[in-house]
Design a protein around this ligand. Structure first.
Ligand code: ADP
Ligand code: G3P
Length: 500
């Protein structure tokens, strides 16, 4: 029986998954990679380690299901977006570690770009994004400005830029021996360098950032054959036929294929995406306008996105930096030892605040502490922070679209946490729905690859494969919901204006 494989290169780990025609997971393997924090506010990944992990999980996932490359008809790639790598096209060596989306080192570059003609408004209008440290373009500029000789080498055409999709595809298709240098519009729409209407690189912006266009990958669609796996590995000869940024992939995998449908993925951060169809809605409430997907030569589908930098990462912080829990899963039992947050609120503005605030001057804070507050309350405050931040971006989405969301489809690593899911439904006041396959990110990129190669015939196959696992319905008095949320909003304002 034929299958489709997906590589999901996430912020904390890399997964390989194999799906059958019904969208069921046949095999899955995962490896974490090192999170490198060279100084406060900086986050890096070793791109060589990520490529090595990709090869290993792919081989392991096949072996686990006793499959061979010849059983796989197509591969899809999905990735943490914005994370920026520059490498030498002749040696294949990165000139610097990958700079991760959460990294805030480009603060000064952002201010300088904002002071040029057009300022913030120019970027919003062209790219759908605010000028913020989150996105790739300024990270490329930082590398060219700070790595010895990088700018000269880039101008001589020796260096290539890519997000993790591009890096993996280049390596999978042969690397220095004919690797293809491509990306898709969902990833390109997160660079601050792509024109959202034409889906081409914007020459004026690239020039203002001092980025030679020869470094930039070709922008193809999200679903087409880009090349074949050339590596002498397990998937040699298999076409690579799907690329989607991970949040857009989850939207696709959740079958949010019609305007008005939305999903929320709970991983390192949270990302709510609302499909707005072929209409590009510009947010007036702090959301991003982004490409949702472009399937082959079909019209481009756009989305509104509420990107939240820190949700699951706060659970990791409690585990790794404070040692209060030894696994992420333990937080649920600890939070369950108390009835409520005991008055404590944790605003995890570790990378400033993303949507809907875009405040790079904010930093994290725990508020409302008294001698009453114990570990259980803090664990609860950590989980509640995810739910409050989600409500903030959904309120912004409701205001932008004019149509209140009636229910929320969820996925990602945190949605196994039942206490969080119930609290999310309570604080939103709408049902929260988890699908059977919660690995929707990998599934979405598998769908993109399988559609391009005829394994799946149409988007109806995707709709038909989606199935509900569990629904949480709101069970909290409105007065309590409002009181908790009001206090949260007050806590958020206390984190502003911290960085001098
Ligand atoms: N039971 C749990 N309760 C709360 N958070 C969890 C739980 N299990 C995992 N997490 C969090 O989920 C995140 C991992 O989710 P995942 O979707 O794999 O992330 P990513 O794609 O960003 O690498 C981690 O930040 C982890 O702290
Ligand atoms: O790897 P994730 O799931 O944390 O997703 C990261 C996002 O793509 C960042 O924009």
């Amino acid at each position: 029986m034929p299958y489709v494989a997906a590589v999901d290169q996430g912020t904390t780990s890399t997964r390989a998954m194999i799906f059958d025609h019904s969208g069921r997971v046949v095999s899955s393997e995962q490896r974490e990679h090192e999170q490198i924090f060279p100084q406060a506010g900086w986050v890096e990944h070793n791109a060589g380690e990520i490529w090595e992990n990709t090869r290993r999980v792919t081989a392991d996932a096949l072996a686990k299901a006793d499959l061979r490359g010849s059983d796989i008809v197509a591969v899809g790639v999905t990735n943490q977006r914005e994370t920026t790598l520059v490498w030498d096209r002749t040696t294949g060596e990165p000139v610097h570690n990958a700079i991760v989306w959460q990294d805030t080192r480009t603060n000064k570059i952002i201010e300088e770009l904002g002071a040029l003609g057009g300022g913030q408004e120019r970027y919003r209008a062209k790219t759908g994004l605010p000028l913020a440290t989150y996105f790739s373009g300024p990270k490329i500029k930082w590398i060219l400005d700070n790595v010895d000789g990088a700018r000269e080498r880039a101008e001589a055409g020796e260096l290539l830029f890519g997000n993790m999709d591009t890096w993996l595809l280049w390596n999978m298709t042969g690397g220095t021996d004919g690797g293809v240098h491509v990306t898709d519009p969902t990833n390109a729409s997160r660079t601050l360098l792509m024109d959202l209407d034409t889906l081409n690189w914007d020459a004026g912006i690239a020039s203002d950032m001092g980025i030679p266009e020869s470094m930039l990958p070709e922008i193809r669609s999200s679903s087409e054959e880009y090349g074949q796996v050339r590596e002498r590995g397990v998937l040699a000869g298999v076409p690579i036929a799907g690329i989607l940024g991970d949040q857009q992939a989850a939207t696709f995998g959740q079958a949010c294929l019609s305007p008005g449908e939305a999903k929320n993925t709970y991983g390192t951060g949270n990302f709510v995406l609302l499909n707005t169809g072929t209409e590009k809605v510009m947010s007036e409430n702090g959301l991003l306008t982004t490409v949702c997907y472009k399937i082959g030569s079909n019209e481009t589908v756009y989305a509104l996105e509420g990107a939240i930098a820190v949700t699951g990462a706060l659970v990791q912080w409690l585990r790794d930096n404070l040692g209060m829990i030894s696994t992420a899963g333990e937080i649920e039992a600890l939070a369950g030892t108390v009835e409520d947050n005991g008055g404590a609120y944790f605003v995890p503005a570790f990378s400033g605040l993303f949507a809907p605030y875009w405040r790079s001057d904010a930093r994290g804070a725990i508020l409302g502490l008294t001698r009453f507050v114990n570990k259980g309350h803090l664990a609860r405050a950590v989980l509640e922070a995810t739910a409050y931040q989600t409500r903030e971006v959904i309120e912004a989405m409701n205001a932008d679209s004019g149509v209140p969301l009636k229910s929320l489809k969820v996925d990602g690593g945190m949605v196994v946490n039942e206490l969080l899911m119930q609290f999310q439904a309570d604080i939103l006041g709408v049902p929260v729905i988890r699908p059977v396959v919660s690995e929707t990110t990998a599934l979405g990129s598998a769908y993109a690859a399988g559609l391009a190669t005829g394994f799946w015939k149409s988007e109806d196959d995707i709709r038909n494969n989606w199935a509900q696992d569990h629904e949480w319905t709101p069970d909290m008095a409105e007065s309590r919901r409002d009181a908790l949320y009001r206090q949260w909003k007050k806590a958020v304002t206390k984190t502003f204006d911290w960085v001098e």
